[in-house]
Write a protein that binds this ligand. Structure first.
Ligand SMILES: *Cc1c(COP(=O)(O)O)cnc(C)c1O
Length: 368
């Protein structure tokens, strides 16, 4: 990988002192600096690191009206050995590239995008290293974002874009690991079209589509929505920020990547580890009826979600139509816990990184 340093205009004053590291939550605090790059007249230019700041955007900007925007998300972890580890950022770069293709955003070649993202992430971590939480379970969340910036109300791909990478210190999900989450199966609305839609892209529209069912689920006491396919509302898709896994009679089943679900990096990592361990894994369509039948016959052993935010998250219960099925998975089931421990062990540098997933960089010592 090339190591060009991007020019830096440092923040005049750090906001670090205002941060309460004991109550980080998820994604509401942003570090002092961000990466920024523009696209105009057919080329990407002016990569730089500047202070985290408001964007000046005209109300007529296409992105605000028609949603031509993509994002991604990955984490960096502070190890006890004084190293930061960025988990599989090249996968996120490839996915951001793929999302750009679907949203008609004229991104640079995939290998250039990968190098820029990794280099920008390294520089942001170095500059804002004091923002990187040290507590187990906490991490630095990295959020790349690309938005169309041309002011036009015509429905077509824009001629100008901005690419931003921001970082945010985030808290852990220990309570989720002990408590698990409750899911409500959505059998009326859909997140993404089964064929030919946007489901595999990390783009605003998919999350906009999920807001109403999400708030209805919370009003009914559930944490999150379990989505079904848009054709028949029969096959399980995913959880909207996590991919879903079922352990049924000793085998692990997860829906296949068919274009309607997000190809999760944690999903892929879990599949690699399960195969390493000799666990039988099936990537195939799984009907919600099969899940319920397995529950009734006592064969539904574990259910868990996989995604960057929560890493591996046990599912405690599933609400479907008028019933709530309590999965025997609290505290986390054996395989759920093993995956959580292995993945976090690799991410924090406590376990051997046999698949070379981490991009490492040394950190100066800090107080946090
Ligand atoms: C980001 C995301 C996931 C999880 O992907 P990871 O790369 O594992 O974080 C799953 N589903 C949706 C809809 C997502 O946006």
């Amino acid at each position: 990988m090339q190591h060009v340093n991007f020019p830096v205009t440092p923040a005049t004053q750090s906001r670090l002192e205002q941060v309460d590291f004991d109550n980080l939550g998820f994604g509401s605090i942003f570090c002092d600096h961000m990466f920024s790059m523009d696209y105009e007249n057919g080329s990407w230019h002016s990569p730089q690191i500047i202070s985290y700041q408001a964007l000046a955007i005209e109300p007529g900007v296409a992105m605000l009206h028609y949603g031509q925007t993509v994002f991604d998300g990955y984490k960096a972890f502070r190890g006890e050995d004084g190293q930061a580890r960025i988990f599989r950022p090249e996968r996120n770069a490839q996915r951001l590239y793929d999302s750009c293709q679907r949203l008609c955003i004229p991104i640079m070649p995939a290998d250039e995008l990968r190098d820029i993202m990794i280099q920008a992430t390294r520089q942001l971590i170095e500059l804002d290293h004091a923002w990187m939480p040290a507590q187990w379970g906490h991490s630095l969340y990295v959020r790349p974002l690309i938005i169309a910036t041309e002011a036009t109300l015509e429905v077509r791909a824009a001629n100008s874009y901005r690419f931003i990478i921001m970082t945010s210190p985030v808290g852990g999900y220990f309570t989720n690991l002990k408590k698990g989450v409750s899911l409500r199966v959505e059998d009326r609305f859909t997140r993404a079209a089964s064929i030919g839609g946007l489901g595999a892209a990390k783009t605003a529209a998919n999350y906009a589509a999920s807001l109403l069912p999400g708030s209805q689920s919370r009003a009914q006491g559930f944490d999150q929505v379990l989505w079904l396919d848009s054709n028949e509302h029969r096959y399980v898709e995913e959880v909207g920020a996590m991919n879903i896994f079922f352990k049924i009679a000793g085998k692990v089943v997860t829906p296949p990547l068919g274009g309607s679900i997000l190809p999760g990096v944690v999903r892929d990592s879990a599949l690699v580890l399960l195969k390493d361990w000799g666990v039988t894994v099936e990537e195939r369509p799984i009907a919600i009826d099969e899940v319920i039948a397995a529950f009734r016959s006592g064969e539904l052993e574990e259910v868990f979600g996989a995604g960057t935010a929560a890493v591996i998250c046990p599912v405690a219960s599933i609400g479907y139509q008028d019933e709530v099925f309590t999965v025997a998975n609290v505290p986390p089931g054996e395989l759920t816990l093993r995956l959580y421990n292995e993945l976090t062990g690799i991410q924090y540098g406590k376990l051997e990184d046999i698949h070379a997933w981490n991009v490492c960089l040394p950190l100066p010592a800090t107080q946090t």
